[in-house]
Design a protein around this ligand. Sequence first.
Ligand code: 0X9
Ligand code: ZN
Ligand code: ZN
Length: 259
Amino acid sequence: KHLLTFVTKNAIFLDCGIHAREWIAPAFCQWFVKEALSTYGSDSQMTSLLDQMDVYVLPVFNIDGYDYTHKSNRMWRKTRSRKSGSSCIGADPNRNWNAGWCTIGASSNPCSDTFCGYSPESEIEVKNVADFIRRNKSIIKAYLTIHSYSQLLLFPYSYTFQLAAHHSELVSMMSGASAALRSLYGTSYTSGPGAATIYPAAGGSDDWAYDLGVKYSYTFELRDTGRYGFLLPESQIKPTCEETMLAVKYIAAYVQKNL
Ligand code: 0X9
Ligand code: ZN
Ligand code: ZN
């Protein structure tokens, strides 16, 4: 008789494009997949990583918003959900997670760009990703979410100024990741807990994943620091992806070593 054993590998979850207008983010996820496929078997680190772990990549989290930024409004941020009774569309998919939901740095006004939604996980994109991560939480060892811009590596918390239980480990891991990133083109990144480093804002995916038990939970804010902002020129896409890859690979190697 056959005995089938399903071996589920430990995994890293990577999403890009939570915010519609942050176009460099989906570009990075696509770059990551290309690099993974084209360097597996030749790059020893990528080979060992993918032999040992799976990487779940969600290339465009907020697909309706992303589409809308191409067709109607380049500066759209939110989802495109509608609710009868309000003429305003969408909620901020990074204020809609059940982590201090709508307590700080978020708006309960449906017309605001940081509208937290009518309830946690009201947005179908958030609900489905949250369900996926909950279902797979025993194997998901790291959660990485890619945004722009400001050149930051953020970790929990953003819904409170309290430090995360693993604060010092997260600090030292991010100093390694930002050094790796800087090594290619000298691009400098600042890292720290979200609330103190960028601003307090509740309902974000990083805080939610961390409180669920995913210890290595990071938000990347890619290039630049404001000269072009969301309208990052095409000439910067490739260098941004290349340098970001070094930080992601640093984190992946660290996670792999500490499984
Ligand atoms: O405000 C955000 O959602 C992120 N910045 S952005 O300019 N891309 O909108 C920062 C998210 C940091 N993490 C949390 N607030 N949880
Ligand atoms: Zn390359
Ligand atoms: Zn964003």
